[in-house]
Design a protein around this ligand. Structure first.
Ligand SMILES: [Zn+2]
Length: 320
C-alpha cells in the first residue's frame, strides 16, 4: 500500500516522505509504521540532526486516479505577519503547483489571485488550466508578461498603497459541510486586523438556523432568539449587516469593499463613496469579469484596468 508521511521538526518546516509497503494494508497500520520509524530515528540522533515529529499520515491512491483535491504544503518556515491581511502561511499544492494562503487560524485555503478562476478549485482541472496558460504564454508577447509581473510585484509593495484606507468584507463560505446548509462567516479586515460582523438572531432566524443545523447530539436545539453570531445564511444578509456596522467597527476606513486584501485586482465596492464613484469602480470590475480575468487570453486588458481602478479609488476616497 502507498502512503505519505508528513513530517516536521523544531525548525518548523514540513516535508513529506512517500512509502510503498506491501505488508501495510490500512491507514492505521501505516500510522503505526510511521510513528515507529520516526521513534527509531529520534532514538539514534546524530549531533547535527533534529528530533522529528509526524504531522499526519495519508493513504495515496494506488492507480493514477487523479484527485480533485489539492494537496497543500506549507512553504514558509515561520508564520508571516502582513500589515494588510494579518498572520498567514503560504501554501503550495504538491500536485498541481498552484499557491495560496492560510489566513489566521482558519483551516481554509485562500487561493492566490493568479488562480482566481473557479476551475482552480479542482486540482485536476488546475493542471488543465495551467497547461493552457503555459501554451498561451509561450505565444504571448513580452509586454503582456511584463504587465502580469508588475502586477504581482505591486501586490507585495510595502509603502502606502491602495489598501490603507480600505475595509474588506471577507466572506468565508461553507457549502453543506456536515448537515449545514451553505452559509457564510463575515469578517471585516482592516490594516491587518479582523473584526467580526455580528448579528442578533430574531425568533424567525433562530428557527431557520435550527432547521438547517438539526438537533445536537443531546437532542437540544442549537440556536435561540437573541444569540449573537457572525454566521449568515446568505451573502446578501452578510453584506447588509456589514454595511450597517463597518463605520463603527473601523472608523478610520474610508471605503468598504467585498473581497480580500490578498487579491491585487478590482473588487466590488459596497459603501463609503459617492454612487457615481461606486458605479465607475464596479463597471471596471465588471469589465474584468467579462474579460475572464487571467484565463481567457485577455491578460493584457485585465492588467490595464487595474491601475485605472486603483487611481479611481484613490481619487474617490479623497486621496488622489
Ligand atoms: Zn492541486
Amino acid at each position: 500500500m502507498k502512503f505519505r508521511m508528513i513530517v516536521t521538526d523544531e525548525r518548523g518546516r514540513e516535508w513529506s516522505e512517500d512509502e510503498d509497503r506491501v505488508a501495510i494494508e490500512s491507514l492505521a497500520e501505516a500510522e503505526v509504521w510511521a510513528f515507529e520509524t520516526v521513534q527509531k530515528f529520534n532514538d539514534t540522533l546524530r549531533p547535527h540532526e533534529f528530533p522529528r515529529e509526524i504531522v499526519r499520515v495519508e493513504l495515496l491512491p494506488d492507480g493514477d486516479t487523479e484527485s480533485e483535491q489539492h494537496d497543500w504544503e506549507k512553504t514558509n518556515l515561520v508564520t508571516i505577519m502582513n500589515k494588510y491581511f494579518g498572520s498567514h502561511d503560504t501554501v503550495k499544492c504538491r500536485s498541481c503547483g498552484i499557491t495560496g494562503k492560510r489566513l489566521g487560524l482558519s483551516p481554509h485555503i485562500q487561493i492566490d489571485y493568479d488562480f482566481k478562476a473557479k476551475g482552480f478549485l479542482s486540482c485536476k482541472q488546475s493542471k488543465v488550466l495551467l497547461e493552457r496558460r503555459a501554451k498561451r504564454r509561450r505565444k504571448a508577447d513580452v509586454d503582456s508578461l511584463a504587465a502580469v509581473a508588475a502586477l504581482a510585484a505591486d501586490d507585495n509593495e510595502v509603502e502606502k498603497d491602495w489598501r490603507d484606507d480600505v475595509a474588506f468584507l471577507h466572506l468565508t463560505s461553507f457549502n453543506g459541510i456536515l448537515s449545514f446548509a451553505s452559509h457564510y462567516y463575515a469578517t471585516i479586515k482592516f490594516q491587518g486586523k479582523d473584526y467580526d460582523v455580528v448579528h442578533t438572531l430574531s425568533r424567525r432566524e433562530a428557527a431557520d438556523m435550527n432547521k438547517s443545523d438539526g438537533k445536537g447530539a443531546d437532542g437540544t436545539l442549537s440556536w435561540s432568539p437573541g444569540d449573537e453570531l457572525s454566521r449568515y445564511m446568505s451573502e446578501d444578509d452578510a453584506i447588509k449587516y456589514a454595511k450597517r456596522q463597518w463605520r463603527e467597527l473601523v472608523p478610520d476606513a474610508k471605503v468598504l469593499i467585498l473581497g480580500s486584501p490578498v487579491y491585487g485586482q478590482p473588487q466590488p465596492v459596497l459603501d463609503g463613496l459617492t454612487p457615481e464613484a461606486v458605479n465607475e469602480l464596479n463597471a471596471l470590475h465588471q469589465q474584468c469579469e467579462d474579460l475572464g480575468w487571467w484565463d481567457e487570453g485577455n491578460d493584457k486588458q485585465v492588467a490595464a484596468i487595474w491601475p485605472e481602478w486603483k487611481d479611481t479609488l484613490k481619487k474617490a476616497s479623497g486621496d488622489g
